[in-house]
Unconditional design. Structure first.
Length: 296
């Protein structure tokens, strides 16, 4: 997703260059680099989402564990424990499968935009047009899988977006965008909704993870009779209470930024994009991306 989102923004800039008078190479490079770093941040978020999902489940299982004084589970408790384990692990696998397919979907979307760049530069567009059709079919198939995997209902949008291409977009590029602009809009919307779902889920899981770890690592050792290493306990408590706190305030930026990106895509092919709007988008994505770069 890192390099791929960069390619997507690259073709947006190419289109915008011909429709808005934004011909500064520095402006182009700045926008393209913004797309690259935003993609890296989005990729980091998806990695973090998978890790948080698994770690939260592990903490839940530890919290559910019932032991006797000898440290052994009764037969009844063992059965319930493994039922609970299978239930939570099944949900983890479903979430990881969703994230994996989201990556695949994003790859197809970026492949499409990359091929669109070739089409715009080609004197013999037939080969690029055939490749675009194949990629678009794969993209839609992946989108259908995402809809099935999604725990929330996602309906495909009807073709009512009424996107009107700018008259300055001509030739094979115009023909391709006329044929598939609604499809691309729909597929970006699917990603937007799923990233919002994952972001909301992460906020909830981070809170649960923090509560469970606070009890296991901070409260429980404090109330036990065994000797306590005071400095270690203070350090542990600090880490537990501050971990991922800033992420909670940032994770919604992914889906929000993708929403703005979708609007910029439409504005660029309609000839309504402006340098000021591009620069505002760049500043927002760079701020968000810098935060996730600091988390590595």
């Amino acid at each position: 997703m890192m390099k791929n989102f960069h390619k997507t923004l690259t073709v947006i800039v190419i289109i915008a260059t011909f429709t808005s008078g934004c011909r500064s190479k520095d402006e182009y490079k700045k926008f393209a680099e913004s797309g690259k770093v935003f993609a890296e941040a989005t990729n980091s978020l998806l990695d973090t989402a998978g890790n948080i999902t698994i770690n939260t489940t592990s903490e839940r299982l530890l919290s559910d564990r019932i032991t006797t004084r000898e440290g052994k589970l009764s037969n009844e408790a063992t059965i319930k424990f493994f039922e609970r384990y299978r239930e939570l692990s099944k949900k983890d696998k479903e979430r990881l499968e969703l994230i994996k397919e989201l990556r695949n979907h994003n790859q197809f979307l970026q492949d499409y935009f990359n091929k669109l760049i070739q089409l715009a530069d080609s004197d013999s567009p037939d080969r690029s047009k055939a490749a675009l059709e194949s990629i678009a079919n794969n993209l839609q198939n992946s989108g259908s899988k995402l809809i099935k995997l999604s725990p929330i209902k996602i309906d495909r949008l009807p073709s009512v977006t009424k996107i009107v291409l700018d008259a300055r977009i001509r030739g094979a590029l115009r023909e391709e965008l006329e044929n598939r602009k609604d499809i691309i809009y729909q597929e970006i919307t699917i990603q937007e909704k799923l990233l919002k779902l994952i972001s909301d889920s992460m906020k909830n899981e981070i809170k649960i993870l923090q509560d469970l770890q606070e009890y296991r690592l901070v409260i429980k050792p404090l109330i036990q009779l065994e000797d306590l290493d005071k400095d270690t306990w203070i350090e542990t408590r600090y880490k537990v209470l501050i971990q991922d706190a800033e992420i909670i305030s940032k994770i919604n930026n992914v889906s929000d930024t993708l929403t703005k990106f979708k609007a910029i895509f439409i504005a660029s092919i309609e000839g309504k994009i402006t340098s000021n709007r591009l620069n505002n988008f760049i500043q927002e994505t760079n701020s968000f991306s810098a935060f996730f770069s600091d988390q590595k």
